[in-house]
Design a protein around this ligand. Sequence first.
Ligand code: BGC
Length: 894
Amino acid sequence: MDDVVAGTSWADSPEIEARIDELLAQMSLEEKAEFVTGGWNFNYGFFSAGLDRLGIPNMQMADGPAGVRINRGDVHDGRATALPAPIALAATWDPEQAHEYGTVIGVECRATDHNVSLGPAVDIARVPVAGRTFESYGEDPVLTARIGVGVVQGVQAQGVQACAKHYALNNQEHERSSISSEVDERTTREIYLPSFEALIREGGVASMMASFNKVNGTFVCEHTELLHDILRDDLGFRGWIMSDFGANHSTAEAANAGLDNEQPGAGFWGGQLADAVRRGEVTEEALDTKIRNTLRPIIGLGQMENPVGISEFDEDAHHIAAQRIAEDSMVLLHNDGILPLREVRTVALIGPDVDADTARGGGSSMVKPTRVTSPLGGLTEALGSQVQVEIAYGTDPITPGAVLKGPDPIPSGFLTTPEGEPGLHAEYWTNTDFGGDPFTVRTDTQLDLNLGFFNFPGFNAHSGRYVPLPGELNGQISARWHTDLTPPVDGLYVLALSVLGEGRMWLDGELVLDSVSRPKDAAADASQPSPVGASVSESASEPGTEQATGYGYAYGAGQPETSGEPGAVSQYLHAVELSAGRSYRIVVEYKANDSSQGFELGAQVRLGWVAPPEVVAPSVVEAAALAARSDVAVVVVRTYESEGEDRPHLRLPNGQNELIREVLKANPRTVVVLMTGSPVAVNAWGGAPAALLQAWFPGQAQGGALGRVLTGAAEPGGRLPLTFPASLAQTPARDPLSYPGAKGRVTYTEGVLVGYRGFATEGLEPAYPFGHGLGYTRFEFEDLQIADSSEDEAVARVSCTIRNSGPREGSEVVQLYVGTLPTETITPSRQLAAFQKVRLAAGASQRVTLEIPRRAVSYYDVDRHGWTTPAGEVEMFLGASVSDVRLTGVIRVG
Ligand code: BGC
């Protein structure tokens, strides 16, 4: 359809206000309370009921930020275009691609009966291990704002509301429902609010989602300053604020603080809100304001007259759009010249998901794709029939177990079931005491279980080869595993059981680990070895320690490693000398019976190990052998990332570092492709691969995009939207108070020095800097001109000529940073002020002009509670990343 409405015109229209008056006058108190309370049903999925008799449509909502997640299986078979992850979109540095991304979402929402799209997520990626980094647009507020505005405009031009989430300071998944983000006013204003502000002022975003967390001790849903004073009075938001799903904790407090709608159902609102109005705890005027906020964009976006419905959309065109965005998002981090691939006859394609499209983020943003291309399919097509592509998985499947703490799970290649299959014989009960016949009996490749939320239908982003357990096992359960462990070499092995609930392990009939007889607080004297078990602690200074121990863990007898928080996994260790080739019978019994466990926080248990360094899994040996006999090896590795929990470390999970190390040894002509939604440690492979490509979670067209990029049919057009640290010690995760927090509070001690701002100001050398990315051609930056300006909004115009001096067409992102400001107040030594992506044919050049907005040379003055632009000189840096500066100059700010 044509664009219905664009911009923010609905926010201040007397005609719309008059229509709202008319509608409000016809609503009873009960109707009003119902109208602002959400619901869930099988016809609509998430919704908030409208009022038929007044012609007000339901708000029918679909997640989210990576495409339309359809709740109803009967609509379009529940399928929509699975776009590349939002972080990939940000890596395009291209607002036009963002607009196209939003358009695909808007069109597909309309065609699948949804008039509200629960996205985009414009939270800032504060720590690299945060579980929803893949749903974000990275660590910079300017880039986040530009991409976010593009998406919102694309969505809303289709007459579908976008929802900016998760307001505010929702920057980690660890304890997401209770954590308090402790943050100062300046940091809030400079780093965490500008993206929301831009979505309101420039995008005209219709709705907002108030986050789960607290800010400085108060739940966001009850935070008058955030919801009312800042969002309404300062930022001028005129649409409606819904709670994140289950984030509301009160009736009158939240209603009076400024929340407009409770989701997903009447926890505290509905009839209780009507009663609160009757009791005078909430005024009817306040309730009317909520309805006004909701009706404004409904009317303004034409949703009364132009309702959504069920129709076809152009699957082919949208698949192609997904592929184009994926190609343009892939970041070539390093290339010794091996890419694009030329003159190869045999390719070893290695990795746990190479014949699937399943490297994607988990949780509510997951989309059931309309079609898929796997790396194998895409590479085979791009290379043509003359080239032989052989695959090896190299590791066991990647599953949500990967986000548990503790040593990696024992590879299935060392385990044999009593029936003689690789893995473990597993029995599962839906009760906690092994009562009656087991509900499920099967062979598990590894013991690495993370159920509950992570295993909700459509939330589990496991590898294609893994078969998830049935949903009936998502609550409190018991389980038993039998397996024979055959160690490949003589030596000292540390067997590790990570559990939430109760776990026991027998080795050849002897009980060696027991979380029950040795509870978390049992071992008072940590220096005395415990009769059963030992403790493990994960070093914060990975991956340096990782090189020392091979795994980044320190071992010793003593307390089990646990944060002591409810719902935290503990690790129990047993160090034992084992002989090569002998079989050891292992039996594990497990009960998911902790009081924190239920439908949402499910079974969490892993049987891991730390083996002697020379131990290499059989699947790795096989992959390395394939690499050795091939011209080139392409290793596609992935993380498990999901809403619900952060990653426990920067490492690739489940033996993938070892896989890369061995393949590199076998064939130095190895290309590593990272299918991850956030940075991983890239220095744990005993050397650098010939090329390293950051492909993110590239969506349903991932194979096609990867094949074209590796062979040079397309150029990798992406640039990093966040810094790749050399270690977590360079990030706020260096200190538990600043991440993941302690005693329910996470303190933003780094202040405004988030991401590259911190690296640049503190002089830290990352693995790869913000803005970095190579292409297949070269660009020159020439002829700098600076024109100071006295305009209110822009303080200078900076222009330069960009020339493609390389052999082929390509793109460059011209990035303009400003330096420290002329003030005593500490300001970052680099801040992105503006950028532009240019595409040029070989030999072509283009003049690029960028405006430096006043905001870029201002800081938030907490004494004045406002922005201050200090007068004086400010250095500016024009280049191809925050570190790759090509032209410098000085602007004068009056
Ligand atoms: C997520 C939101 C999502 C909502 C509905 C919540 O758990 O935080 O991002 O929109 O669920 O699925």
